[in-house]
Design a protein. Structure first.
Ligand SMILES: [Zn+2]
Ligand SMILES: [Zn+2]
Ligand SMILES: [Zn+2]
Ligand SMILES: [Zn+2]
Ligand SMILES: [Zn+2]
Length: 710
């Protein structure tokens, strides 16, 4: 029953569908083509499809439709006439009227013929036009370049010096190359530059003849240069030559060199030329850094200025090293109080004239300059001066030395070189007093058994230092110089004994003098007032007694023998040379103070007779260093006189000064201590306390004890 009900519903729906009323019978559209103004349309039902085609024109200016012939009104889009084109429509190309024609402006030196309206250019500027007659596109021979054009001078420059030279000489090459050539023409105040390109063809030449000439020309440049070179310019082997430096800051093409503090190299092009064809030899040239002498000369100029600035108060320090040239600058003034330290200059407490000696040193070369400084000082109090001095005393560097000797004539030993080591340097626990002078072997020349021949061939008839004439003093010092003491001590003359054997100590030398003075009959034409080693100072003769040591005889009052105090420094190999210098510095300083002398009065044996003595000091260039040691001792003995000085030394291991000294040092004479070798680096804390006139001065430092190598 249910099934039947569904079927009857379906049938009902079918009937409803069949009886819906309909208008048209179904047909296939029959379209008529679209036209300019009408779309595609069905002729049966009138239904349209798409859009009308629209009119068809050739361009924006076409006024008749190509399809339907309908007309329209149009307007051309004209642009103005130009020099070369008449008025023209941009749309259809229609032209009206005539082109305007160019407004030519004549060519000038700078510009080619040019239309002032459109900028069109024809040809070249006047100069280029004239010059290009001489410039071929390619060449295999030297160009014939004019030296003037249109009555004006022309300077030619090749911008490619490996292809062509300025005068058109071409450079042989096995490939074709392009050269740019530049002409420079000065007309009135203006310079015109014109450039041309030329192809230089490959050229096969035989180089043999060129090579021979090159080997001749290059000789002047083959070694490192330290001065200007006169380059060889003359013809050789049928060839001429040109030079071109590729770095004029190192060497100019004329051979002038510009040295600096480093070696510099550049290439010098050497062109060997024959028949207008050059062979290029790029040649490496080295300009060496300044020589020692040059560095010193250059530093001298700086030092001159420095002194001027110092005198004018512009600067208050004098440098001890020139960084630019690596030159060491040592200052020695005759007035001990004028003292150049690393970071300041100590000047005398009262204004004084100072003669300042400046020694410039580079490697083994040195040169000295003397400056006269007027009215220096007067700007430090004594307390300020002592403060600086105490600071200076606290700066201690321990350096010993080993003197390596060799035999010269007569089997005498001479210093070959001095090796500086870390052991056996000098710790100077400076004392505010004169050093101890031992007098056990003093020679009393008033004894009747004194052997006078000991003095060589003395001619003055006296054994005591003579009065010196004013002329001599004027000549040696300055006009009006007065003998500074009543003992006629004018000089302190420093020697080295040249006695290098073990045991040839100050005591040994003193005994020798004593023996010759009283016991031995054989002549000994040598004597001296003092002998010094690292441990002792022995005096043999009173200071006012003439000794025979300076090599300048006794004929003239004022000579080193007559008026000098002779001091022999021992060089026995089992001694300590550094200690001897330090000990002697104390003696010399005390004699300066005793006899009112300056450092002008302290001389080497060499200064009187040219003998190489004191030999080690001269051979090592350390004389100025010794003078500075004397200066320091002088200042200590003078300015710390009456003061108490205490030293505090300690290390990690040793707490007291005595422990440090006794364990790490060997005692020398007069407050000198020499550091024993150590196996590990050891720091010694060092403090100096000075009390003078109730005022305390303290300075401290760290002294390094360093092991020696091997
Ligand atoms: Zn239709
Ligand atoms: Zn149309
Ligand atoms: Zn048009
Ligand atoms: Zn134009
Ligand atoms: Zn000597």
């Amino acid at each position: 029953m249910k099934m039947n009900k569904k079927i009857s519903c379906f049938l009902l729906l079918m009937l409803v569908f069949l009886f819906v009323p309909g208008c048209n019978k179904k047909h296939t559209h029959d379209y008529e083509d679209a036209t300019c103004t009408q779309p595609k349309i069905c002729t049966i039902c009138g239904q349209t499809e798409g859009d009308p085609l629209g009119h068809t024109y050739d361009n924006d200016c076409d006024d008749i439709c190509n399809v339907c012939g309908e007309t329209r009104i149009v307007q051309h889009q004209f642009i103005d006439a130009t020099c070369e084109e008449p008025k023209t429509c941009t749309a259809c190309g229609k032209q009206e009227g005539q082109a305007l024609g160019h407004l030519w402006v004549d060519a000038t030196f700078e510009e080619a013929k040019t239309c002032s309206r459109c900028g069109k250019i024809e040809g070249d500027d006047v100069l280029t036009e004239a010059l290009k007659e001489f410039i071929p596109q390619d060449t295999s021979t030297k160009l014939d370049l004019p030296s003037s054009i249109l009555g004006y001078d022309v300077t030619w420059t090749s911008l490619d010096k490996d292809v062509m030279l300025d005068d058109g000489v071409i450079i042989a090459s096995d490939t074709k190359k392009i050269a740019q050539l530049q002409a420079e023409i000065k007309i009135d105040t203006h310079t015109y530059i014109k450039k041309f390109k030329i192809g230089v063809n490959s050229i096969a030449i035989s180089k043999g003849k060129y090579d021979v000439a090159y080997n001749y020309y290059v000789t002047k440049l083959s070694n490192g240069l330290v001065k200007d070179v006169t380059l060889i310019k003359r013809e050789y082997n049928g060839c001429s030559v040109r030079y071109l430096s590729l770095d004029e800051n190192i060497i100019t093409s004329d051979g002038q060199i510009k040295q600096t503090t480093v070696d510099q190299s550049t290439i010098m092009n050497i062109y060997v030329i024959q028949n207008g064809i050059a062979v290029l030899y790029p040649t490496e040239v080295t300009v060496l850094s300044f020589t020692a002498i040059q560095r010193i000369e250059l530093t001298k100029v700086i030092v001159d200025q420095m002194i001027e600035d110092f005198q004018n108060g512009v600067i208050t320090t004098l440098s001890t090293f020139n960084d630019e040239y690596g030159v060491t600058i040592n200052w020695n003034s005759n007035i001990p109080e004028f003292f150049v330290l690393e970071d300041k200059v100590l000047t005398p407490i009262t204004k004084t004239n100072v003669r300042l000696n400046c020694t410039l040193r580079y490697d083994e070369v040195s040169n000295s300059i003397e400056y006269e400084l007027e009215n220096v000082g007067g700007n430090m109090t004594e307390e300020e001066y002592i403060t600086e001095l105490v600071k200076y005393i606290s700066k201690i560097e321990l350096k010993g030395s080993i003197n390596h000797l060799h035999k010269e004539y007569n089997d005498e030993l001479f210093l070959d070189y001095q090796e500086r080591i870390n052991s056996y340097g000098v710790l100077n626990l400076a004392m505010p007093t004169s050093p101890v002078v031992k007098k056990e072997y003093m020679v009393d020349i008033s004894r009747t058994d004194f052997k006078n021949k000991f003095f060589g061939s003395g001619t003055l008839g006296t054994n005591l230092k003579p009065i010196v004439g004013q002329n001599y003093l004027n000549e040696k010092f300055y006009e009006g110089y007065q003998m500074p003491n009543s003992s006629n001590v004018l000089w302190i003359t420093v020697h080295e004994s040249a006695m290098t054997l073990d045991g040839q100590t100050a005591e040994f030398l003193a005994k020798v003098q004593y023996r010759y003075a009283f016991e031995q009959n054989d002549a000994r034409a040598a004597s001296w007032n003092y002998q010094v080693d690292a441990y002792n100072i022995y005096q043999s003769f009173e200071d006012n007694v003439i000794c025979w040591h300076a090599g300048d005889g006794t004929a003239t009052p004022g000579s080193g023998n007559n008026n000098g105090i002779g001091i022999e420094m021992c060089v026995n190999q089992d001694g300590n040379y550094e200690g001897t210098l330090a000990n002697n510095a104390k003696l010399v300083a005390s004699l300066m103070l005793q006899y009112n002398l300056t450092l002008d009065n302290v001389k080497r044996h060499y200064d009187f007779s040219g003998k190489e003595c004191p030999s080690y000091l001269i051979r090592t260039g350390r004389w100025e260093e010794f003078v500075e040691m004397v200066r320091k001792e002088y200042l200590i003995q003078k300015y710390l006189a009456g003061a108490t000085i205490e030293y505090q030394l300690s290390t990690d291991t040793y707490q007291t000064t005595d422990e440090v000294l006794n364990n790490l040092f060997i005692e020398g004479g007069n407050g000198l201590w020499y550091n024993k070798p150590v196996s590990v680096e050891t720091e010694v804390d060092f403090v100096i306390h000075v009390t003078k006139n109730g005022k305390k001065y303290t300075a401290s430092s760290t002294i390094m004890l360093l092991p020696d190598e091997n």
